[in-house]
Structures are given as C-alpha cells and as structure tokens.
Design a binder for this molecule. Structure first.
Ligand SMILES: [Ca+2]
Ligand SMILES: [Ca+2]
Ligand SMILES: [Ca+2]
Length: 217
C-alpha cells in the first residue's frame, strides 16, 4: 500500500495528538482515593477516627491502617485503573499487622464492589482469621470493570474474649487489584488543547495538499 506524503504527515500528527491526549502518569494497581468514610463505634477507649482519615486506607502499603470502627464503612475508588475479573483471585485487602497476642484479628468485614458507584454487588466477607491479607475472586459479582470497593465492618467484636482487642473494628491498610486495567486519562486541559491543536493542524495540512493537487492538475 502506497501512502501519499500528505497522508503520512496527517497520520503522524494524528498519532501525536492522540498520544498527548491519552498519555498517563504511572497507574498504580492500588486504590487512588476514597469517596466516603463513615466511622463506626470505637470501644474500650480506642481513638475514634475522623471521616477525613479514610486516606489511611488509600494507596500502596505504608504501615498505616484505618480502623473502621464497629459497623463502620469506607468506599475506596480506583481512578487510574479498574479492577477486572481475571484468572483466580483478583482483589487483595491488606489489614492491620497485629502484634503478638493482639485480638485485632477478631474483626471481620464485608466487601462489595461497584462499577458505577450506584449498584453494589457483594464479593465476599473477610476475617475473622489469623491473617493480615485477604484475597477475593470477584467472578461471582458478574462485574468486569470495578471502580469502587466498599468495605463494611461486620459489627462483630471481641470473639476471643479479650475485651481490650478489636475495639476499633476491621483495620484496612491497603487495597490492591491483582487483575487490573489501566485507564488513560488526560494529563491536563492544556495538553488536551495541544491535542486539539494537533488535530486542527492535521486538517489544515490535508486541505493544503488537496489545494496543491488541484493547482497542479
Ligand atoms: Ca490505582
Ligand atoms: Ca477472578
Ligand atoms: Ca495504608
């Protein structure tokens, strides 16, 4: 196939504009924000969390966790990526790393997922168990492009009989999409304008070459 000079220039400009419009910063497989945090009840003198402290559960592991409080709930959001259903487990919820003898692992939570922030499907329950990382296969939800992860403390506490443990509810450290799809996003409105300018230039070049052909015909 033979391409004219005008076509080559037009394609290059189009590719340049498209690249500018869709270039992304490095997407992370972890959640990028939280949309809401509703603290639950905090027992045994544990320090209540503020709604703004939902940020503690956002992003990559940083050794900071969010005690939801008994019955508390957080909704985390993927912005630069989406959780997708792949082979096996897809989602990992990292919890608090307890010290020896801690009763924190008495806590449990429900995990629900949503693509649009309106309809949520239950993906499963996590804890109580002697572990600090919980993996879920999201296949049963029927969702393939998950943006929101809702984690709700199950309201249970202190099953071990230690009245000093678990009073701040399930502790969310971080949430990771094992199976993840990156979402291209505009770098900025300025870059978008450059993209549109590239497209306009592309059209101008096409018109210019069209006129040249007419002039030499
Ligand atoms: Ca992310
Ligand atoms: Ca899966
Ligand atoms: Ca954290």
């Amino acid at each position: 196939m033979i391409f004219s000079k005008s076509s080559k220039i037009s394609c290059a400009l189009t590719a340049f504009a498209f690249a500018l419009c869709t270039q992304t910063a490095m997407a992370t497989p972890y959640t990028d924000a939280f949309t809401s945090f509703t603290p639950g009840s905090y027992l045994f003198g544990t320090t209540p969390r503020l709604p703004s402290e939902g940020i503690l559960a956002v992003g990559a592991p940083d050794n900071q966790s969010l005690g939801l409080g008994i019955g508390g709930e957080i909704i985390l959001e993927f912005i630069d990526n989406r959780l997708i259903d792949g082979a096996g487990v897809d989602l990992v919820i990292n919890a608090f790393q307890p010290g020896s003898g801690s009763q924190e692992l008495d806590n449990g939570a429900f995990v629900s997922l949503s693509s649009d922030g309106v309809f949520y499907a239950l993906a499963g329950s996590i804890g109580p168990a002697n572990q600090t990382s919980f993996s879920l296969d999201i296949a049963s939800t029927g969702l393939t492009d998950v943006r929101f992860v809702k984690i709700t403390d199950n309201g249970q506490c202190c099953g071990s009989g230690n009245s000093q443990g678990g009073g701040d509810g399930f502790n969310v450290e971080s949430v990771l999409a094992l199976n993840s799809r990156d979402v291209p996003e505009p770098l900025s409105s300025g870059i978008l304008l450059m993209g549109f300018a590239g497209i306009a230039l592309h059209r101008s070049v096409r018109r210019r070459f069209g006129m040249d052909r007419q002039a030499t015909a």
